[in-house]
Design a protein around this ligand. Structure first.
Ligand code: NIG
Ligand code: FE
Length: 415
């Protein structure tokens, strides 16, 4: 059935000629159409334009009209970095943080990723699926229309595969687009303490073949950081993953700049994520690469660590993407509206830059730029309609508010 959205005060992020991504000064440009309509057929965008130029309808029998009631229409957010499969929240660590402990100190006393792993190992696949599905529904209602989800709280063969099977089931049951990332190299589990190399070999020799055989992952990830995995480990894992055609999306430079950015770019990574601590050589490695620098501002907000130098990256002509990092330890929220406000308030980005960074650039960072990330003919009709707002920047300005009125996924209204 054909669907028409009418009465759109402003249609935001329209593209006549779809781009792969936008970088540097181009990030300040977005195209919009005021007083617009949008046509959808077979889950895809088939036409859009100014109401005055609308050609009308031949067959009124087979059509659904959606009234935007003068709301603004945005393409759905693509959230290219999340860890929404987990078994328990970690608010005790939140209190430890309030009392002055750092993320590293909490990890040293048995908290952090290891804490989540111990709990997840004792949780059934069904319970993990149910809780992740609820998180997925929650972020969908906040405007997310595509999400990447990582494993990494299993840290052994059985539980990593359990997590990836949960993600696979979410892919099969959720209407939004999902990409799956294998992150067994998230931390060294207690049973391999002081034996990191053996754990890495286990990932490469035992886990990767199963992940590939069961087609459980789209990407490979590693936490390249002091106290976790080093650059040598990163190159070793990414090389092994290449044999299974798994491209990399990696955690680098969260606390220290140790050469992870350059190594990942050289290995053809699709994205490098976090980037709170950047040295000149890290910026240089990104220039002229096809790797998307991805910033996770809610992690900086929640852990009170420095914000990534987003302005400097854009001034150097680089693209940037903004994602939620939704996880129980460093960002217990997947609200991309809040991420967008943080982009403006803390990263000093313009609303237009934030829109590009949360739509087309994150779509690229999850290999979905051809089907998502903008209002463009042929792309999936994943979008949201706001309440009546004075301008699109009002979305970023009104931090902590939910201005979304309707969600449309694959052309279907789900609210
Ligand atoms: O992206 N830094 C590594 N991984 C997650 C946090 C994981 C956790 O604390 O549970 C992140 O911030
Ligand atoms: Fe993360």
């Amino acid at each position: 059935m054909k669907k028409i959205i009418k009465n759109i005060a402003e249609l935001v992020q329209v593209e006549k000629k779809p781009k792969k991504w936008v970088a540097g000064s181009e990030m300040s440009n977005i195209q919009t159409i005021k007083d617009a309509y949008l046509e959808i057929e077979n889950e895809r965008i088939t036409d859009f334009g100014c109401m005055k130029e609308w050609k009308g309808i031949d067959d009124w029998n087979n059509i659904e009209i959606i009234d935007a009631e003068e709301g603004t229409v945005f393409p759905s957010y693509c959230d290219s970095h999340s860890h929404i499969v987990f078994s328990h929240s970690r608010e005790q660590e939140f209190i430890d943080k309030i009392n002055g402990l750092s993320y590293q100190q909490i990890a040293e006393k048995g908290g952090g990723i290891i804490n989540s792993a111990i709990k997840l190992r004792n949780t059934t696949e069904e319970n993990l699926y149910e809780s992740a599905l609820n998180r997925l529904k929650e972020v969908t209602l906040l405007g997310t229309g595509a999400i990447e989800i990582k494993s990494g709280y299993g840290l052994n063969l059985e539980s990593e595969i359990k997590m990836l099977r949960v993600i696979k089931k979410l892919k099969e049951t959720s209407p939004i687009t999902i990409k799956s990332t294998f992150l067994a190299a998230h931390a060294v589990p207690p049973e391999y303490k002081n034996n990191k190399d053996q754990y890495l070999d286990l990932i490469i020799d035992k886990m990767l073949p199963v992940v590939a055989k069961e087609n459980l992952a789209d990407y490979i990830d590693i936490f390249c950081e002091v106290g976790y995995f080093d650059v040598k480990d990163t190159i070793k894992l990414l090389s092994a993953a290449k044999n299974y055609n798994l491209k990399a999306k990696t955690h680098v430079n969260q606390f220290n700049s140790i050469g992870g950015v350059k190594a990942c770019v050289n290995m053809g990574a699709l994205s490098v994520d976090h980037l709170e601590e950047m040295k000149e050589k890290d910026f240089e490695a990104l220039i002229n690469s096809k790797c998307m620098p991805t910033i996770l501002p809610s992690c900086s907000f929640f852990l009170s660590i420095p914000y990534s130098p987003a302005r400097k990256m854009i001034n150097l002509g680089l693209p940037i993407a903004l994602a939620s990092d939704y996880n129980p330890g460093s960002s217990p929220s997947g609200n991309m509206n809040f991420i967008s406000s943080l982009g403006c308030i803390k990263l000093k980005l313009k609303p237009e830059e934030v829109i590009n960074a949360t739509t087309i650039n994150t779509a690229y960072a999850m290999g979905e730029e051809k089907s998502l990330g903008s209002i463009s003919i042929g792309k999936k009709a994943n979008l949201f309609i706001t309440k009546k707002i004075p301008s699109y920047s009002f979305l970023h300005y009104s931090f902590g508010q939910n201005l979304i009125k309707d969600i449309i996924i694959n052309g279907n209204k789900i609210t």
